[in-house]
Write a protein that binds this ligand. Structure first.
Ligand code: UDP
Length: 370
């Protein structure tokens, strides 16, 4: 008999497992995939740690979370500064003085702010009600048209006026010449990859891979006092109220016999016509060097295509529109009545979590068992 069986070896499940094991509980982690680390999983290809399920850049303002992850790995000094490619014109992200200078020729913060205010006025936005209005109110019409509209529609498969404003508020707008994508005090990539970090977190803990909990739910439940379930909440209830919608992502990976393909880890393609949303060149998360500090002769790139989730696809981003938020609430009520099962994480809570937030949530959720 286990004290806890944890479904899913992603960050939420892993942190719960670590904390509970340290509190003396008997813990088993099961995952239907053949590896740990969930979507943060990295795989070494040609000496490069490839982010198999999309780029993961650790960033946080939460000192407790930063100290926590640093117990298991060392982080490098990677700072995310993506480039936006709009029909061959290159712009700095996030939106900052370099972006404003390139788009309008303005030099000072005052000139940039005046330009944005003028465009906001022309668009007639007072209180932003959706992503489109929020974007125009933050950065004006020109930047919205070139750097936000096409990218967002590709990523979410929905028009910008049908999406919630909060999605775009994730991005900083700065009136300084600063290309750091995140407003975070701490940032970096685990040296040696995320898989190594998660393996360190799970060391000494029993793990079963290639194991689909939902196929054998009752039997697993009978072996544990409590379950922590980090899979999709609707799948747990056999989709009895209908499917929650997700965006899925498809990656086309290529290993190229060249040193440097695009000169940056992340290039976003912000026009509507280019089918992919971005290209990741993984080696630049680690400055193009292998473990011994040598330049890596090859490179691995991933073109990222966003698509509507269909049963059988990997769910990535919860679609937090009204319809889905309502449906989630109903599932949540069912989950609350499920005794001895804790639902957590991006899929368990149907929430657009960053890695630091999911770690924080897990630490809080299991603190009472410490
Ligand atoms: N976004 C955009 N243009 C860009 C990058 C981001 O319009 O070049 C918008 C888009 O709506 C996206 C949101 O900002 O969904 C959040 O982007 P972020 O990079 O945080 O997405 P994630 O890292 O979660 O994929």
């Amino acid at each position: 008999m286990y004290d806890f069986i944890i479904i899913g070896a992603g960050l939420y499940g892993t942190v719960c497992a670590r904390q509970l094991a340290e509190a003396g509980m008997k813990v088993l982690v099961i995952d239907k995939r053949s590896h740990v680390a969930g979507n943060a999983y990295t795989k070494n290809v040609e000496g490069i740690n490839v982010h198999i399920y999309g780029a993961h850049i650790f960033h946080t303002n939460n000192k407790a979370v930063w100290d926590y992850v640093n117990k298991f790995t060392e982080f490098n000094r990677f700072t995310n500064s993506p480039v936006a490619d709009y029909k061959g014109e290159l712009y700095s992200l996030p939106f900052n003085m370099y972006t404003f200078n390139k788009i309008w020729g303005v030099r000072t913060p005052e000139e940039a702010a005046a330009k944005i205010a003028e465009q906001r006025k022309i668009a007639g936005v007072e209180i932003p009600k959706n992503l489109e209005e929020q974007a125009i109110s933050l950065v004006g019409i020109d930047i919205y048209e070139k750097l936000i509209k096409g990218y967002t529609q590709k990523q979410w498969g929905r028009a910008c006026d049908q999406l919630p404003a909060f999605i775009i508020k994730r991005l900083p707008v700065r009136f300084t010449y600063d290309n750091n994508y995140f407003d975070a005090r701490y940032q970096g990539i685990p040296i040696g990859g995320y898989t190594k970090m998660v393996e360190a977190m799970l060391s000494g803990i029993e793990i079963k891979l290639n194991c689909d909990y939902l196929k054998d739910k009752e039997s697993w439940n009978s072996q544990a006092k409590r379950i922590i379930y980090t899979g999709p909440i609707d799948a747990y209830f056999n989709y009895s109220l209908g499917y929650l919608e997700y965006r899925s992502v498809r990656f086309e990976n290529e290993t190229l016999d060249m040193l440097n393909f695009q000169g940056n880890a992340v290039v976003n393609y912000t026009d509507e016509e280019t089918k992919w949303t971005r290209i990741i060149e993984h080696k630049w998360f680690e400055f193009g060097k292998d473990e011994s500090g040598q330049d890596i002769p090859k490179t691995v790139i991933s073109r990222e295509y966003s698509s509507e989730w269909r049963p059988g696809d990997e769910p990535y981003y919860p679609v937090n529109d009204k319809k889905n938020i309502e449906l989630y609430k109903n599932y949540k009520e069912m989950a609350d009545n499920e005794s001895n099962v804790i639902f957590g994480g991006r899929l368990g809570e149907y929430k657009y979590y960053d890695m630091d937030q999911v770690i924080d949530a897990a630490l809080r959720r299991v603190a009472c068992y410490g």
